[in-house]
Design a protein around this ligand. Structure first.
Ligand code: G
Ligand code: MN
Length: 246
């Protein structure tokens, strides 16, 4: 991948914001969504794992994340019945002193209350410089943003981060969900995670739900919200709006 390709893609607006619904396991209603980028290139769709790592190395991720937040805010502004939207925060941002001001400026520009934006972080950002991560968390919370821990349980996000940083939403990684209906050990672990999350007053979101059995099980153990292909695929934000919020 070359830098010019990414620059072209950004300029030509080939990088698109998709939203994947998040469903309340008890009411089955859509209570939120996660924004995910897709690169629509010559009628093919390039998934984020093929270009996000490159953008993180080169710094283009800052532009991408800013573009996603702008897009999301411009949509939320129009919605009569607003739902919170999660945006993925690259670890690069924690080290950028202007980033939090940028977050604030963007929500103000679109007159969106910060509580509608959930900032998803992974552990890699935090272990690198815990003092800075704590400071970032304190500042975004003071502005009213919600903080979510992404991929919980994968090694990118785990217990040390939970101890250090105040998290509102815990996103349980797909790898735990995958075998949860067969694997006895996996069940014990996921049940313990949900119990702990409740006591720490965090909302739990299970990621990568693909079957009815998984949804059923997660509901019985008290998980709050589910996200996955069983409910809905990520779709372009315009389509999401038409389908779910019209
Ligand atoms: O790391 P993060 O959780 O932000 O990444 C979410 C990714 O997982 C997205 O690319 C999304 O399209 C994908 N995804 C979402 N739901 C499912 C699912 O049910 N199954 C699979 N295999 N992937 C999913
Ligand atoms: Mn995520």
């Amino acid at each position: 991948m070359r830098q010019e390709e990414i620059e072209q893609a950004l300029k030509n607006k080939e990088i698109k914001v998709y939203l994947q619904p998040q469903v309340d396991l008890h009411t089955e209603k859509i209570v939120g969504a996660e924004s995910l980028v897709r690169w629509e290139k010559d009628s093919a769709i390039i998934p984020p794992n093929e270009f996000i790592p490159f953008c993180e190395q080169t710094g283009y991720i800052t532009q991408i994340d800013h573009y996603v937040l702008e897009t999301v805010c411009s949509f939320i502004q129009k919605w009569k019945k607003k739902i919170p939207i999660a945006v993925n925060e690259s670890r690069r941002h924690l080290y950028n002193p202007h980033h939090i001001e940028d977050l604030q400026r963007t929500v103000e520009k679109y007159e969106v209350e910060a509580k509608y934006i959930e900032l998803e972080m992974t552990e890699t950002a935090v272990v690198h410089d815990i003092k800075m991560a704590k400071e970032a968390e304190r500042r975004v919370h003071a502005l009213g943003f919600k903080v979510a821990m992404d991929d919980f349980g994968t090694g990118y996000s785990s217990f040390s981060m939970l101890r250090e940083i105040q998290i509102d939403i815990l996103k349980i990684d797909k790898s735990f969900v995958d075998e949860v209906t067969q694997d006895r050990r996996g069940k014990i672990i996921i049940e313990a995670i949900i119990q702990m999350a409740k006591r720490l007053e965090m909302i739990t979101i299970a990621e990568g739900i693909e079957t009815k059995e998984q949804a059923q099980y997660l509901k019985t153990i008290g998980c709050d919200i589910a996200q996955g292909y069983y409910y809905a695929f990520p779709i372009p934000i315009e389509k999401f709006e038409r389908r779910y919020l019209a």
